[in-house]
Design a protein around this ligand. Structure first.
Ligand code: BG6
Length: 489
């Protein structure tokens, strides 16, 4: 493989899954702080107190009962409260990243560490100081920070009292937050992402535990419109504050493939691409809703409320980079299939493909799907790409101070090769960051045992452990990959 010499190798984490320190130094809570752990068979639960004082739980996506309040309850374990303890150990982690030779590190800023409720006029100085220290530490090691402004973690106050992203006012709260980040960290950060996996809102509705109704689609498309406007405004402000800023969208590259060559399957598959991927990517990269948007809205009687000037805002705020995550492919069909053909894992939809293997969480392992995604999306959006999440969640066996994780090595090696093939075919890609380079709490299940990292964190599913860091076999392997600029995989 011949990667450009300036290619940026690195790793990625997100504040709510990595930092912990959930109530320290003035940070406000987010929805993740009232969420228990789960697994593939048991969804994470959100805890609350009813108006009459009785405790309650619900699944993500369900509505809070009338007059109930989100609450941390006795008797439950909340994995994001301490997460990987990055809030206290980031220096040690950055030193390990440097040892691996990272040139870039993707992380996110916790909105509620800067604006505890989301509505304040001025940021929390302790939050600003924390992130300045992190960025300075990265710079000390010549690691370029790549910063996600929103990684699913809206302040809980905005969710609970203001209607979250359904409320147009959240756009302005977000813009104030984004502007603060661009201003405060102007001298330290130039790569940014406005919204993590913005397309999850529409593509994962199926996973809410019940069939989606028209009213769910109405909400989803409205939320997306607000986020598109917020992102476009942020991009414009980011460029005005520092013309050197490079700002990306972030699309979950969950790749759909048709199960058969029946044209009906191919059309169905294409329509899933339109809904799940192109819809968001086009608005953020081209600055306008795609031609099939009307059809998508009409299918569910959706009326997206837009304000005068919104379409111009979208036009003026297109991103510089096509930034995306890639984990797996979905095999989809219009044909009737039996229960046994369904894919059991979380986040994965469609039927079982005979051409791939599946992880313990039912996620398909399909490097060719990455090549396909990159070639298709580069043709479509023509923006320099960054793969900012890629990896495989697995159960690690920690023994004698290390983990022999040849499965992680194999996953990354085959996916880096696929990225190289796409690049050899003309795709411009400038960075690759492994997801959860240091083990983090899984977003979907809240598990620590679903590990992606090159660095092992000594803590179990219930928060027992020292939180000490250990190098896995994949640590040495990735170090060598970076040393040889991807020529020895
Ligand atoms: C992406 C998210 O959906 O996938 C990450 O951006 C997440 O936050 C990652 O951690 C992997 O998913 P999970 O559920 O295995 O953590």
């Amino acid at each position: 493989m011949n990667f450009p010499k300036e290619f940026m190798w690195g790793g990625a984490t997100a504040a709510n899954q990595y930092e912990g320190g959930w109530d320290e130094d003035g940070r406000g809570p987010t929805l993740f702080d009232v969420m228990t752990g789960g697994d593939t068979n048991h969804p994470r639960l959100i805890t609350f107190i009813n108006a009459d004082g009785t405790p309650g739980t619900m699944r993500e996506g369900e509505a809070l009962p009338k007059d109930a309040r989100y609450a941390v309850l006795d008797g439950y374990y909340y994995p994001n409260h301490v997460a990987s303890d990055g809030y206290h150990r980031y220096k040690e982690d950055i030193a390990l990243f440097a040892e691996m030779g990272f040139r870039i590190y993707r992380m996110s800023i916790s909105w509620s560490r800067l604006f505890p409720k989301g509505i304040e006029d001025e940021p929390n100085p302790a939050g600003i100081a924390f992130y300045r220290n992190v960025f300075q530490e990265l710079r000390k090691h010549n690691i370029e920070p790549l910063v996600t402004i929103w990684h699913f973690d809206t302040p809980l106050f905005l969710e609970e009292h203001c209607g979250g992203w359904l409320n147009r006012q959240t756009v302005e709260h977000y813009v104030r937050f984004a502007k603060t980040c661009f201003t405060e960290f102007k001298d330290l950060v130039k790569y940014w992402i406005t919204f993590n996996e913005i397309n999850n809102t529409i593509q994962f509705m199926k996973l809410a535990g019940r069939p989606a109704e028209d009213s769910d689609f109405q909400k989803a498309y409205q939320i997306l419109h607000h986020q598109f406007v917020a992102s476009a405004k942020a991009v414009k402000i980011g460029h005005a504050i520092n013309p050197e800023n490079q700002i990306g969208c972030m699309i979950n590259g969950s790749t759909n493939l048709p199960f058969t060559c029946d044209a009906k399957d191919v059309i169905y598959c294409n329509q899933l691409w339109q809904k799940n991927i192109y819809y968001c990517a086009d608005v953020q990269c081209r600055g306008e809703y795609p031609p099939f948007a009307e059809r998508l809205w009409n299918e569910h009687n959706v009326e997206v409320k837009m304000e005068d000037g919104d379409l111009e805002i979208l036009k003026d705020g297109t991103v510089d980079l096509f930034t995306f995550s890639y984990y797996h492919t979905n095999c989809v069909t219009t044909h009737k299939t039996g229960e046994k053909d369904k894919v059991p894992g979380n986040y994965q939809v469609g039927v079982r493909s005979p051409y791939v293997t599946y992880s313990a969480w039912g996620w398909s392992l399909d490097p060719d799907g990455l090549q396909y995604f990159m070639e298709l999306m580069y043709d479509r959006e023509r923006k320099p790409m960054m793969i900012v999440e890629n990896g495989m969640g697995a159960i690690d066996e920690f023994r004698d101070g290390t983990v022999h994780d040849e499965y992680h090595i194999d996953y990354h090696s085959t996916h880096i090769q696929a990225m190289g093939r796409a690049m050899a075919n003309g795709v411009k890609c400038i960075a690759y960051t492994t997801w959860g380079c240091v083990d983090v709490i899984a977003a979907s299940t809240g598990q620590m045992s679903k590990r992606y990292g090159q660095i092992y964190v000594d803590v179990d599913e219930n928060g027992n452990g020292t939180y000490d860091r250990y190098r896995k076999d994949s640590f040495d392997w990735y170090k060598h990959v970076i040393e040889t600029n991807g020529s020895e995989l």
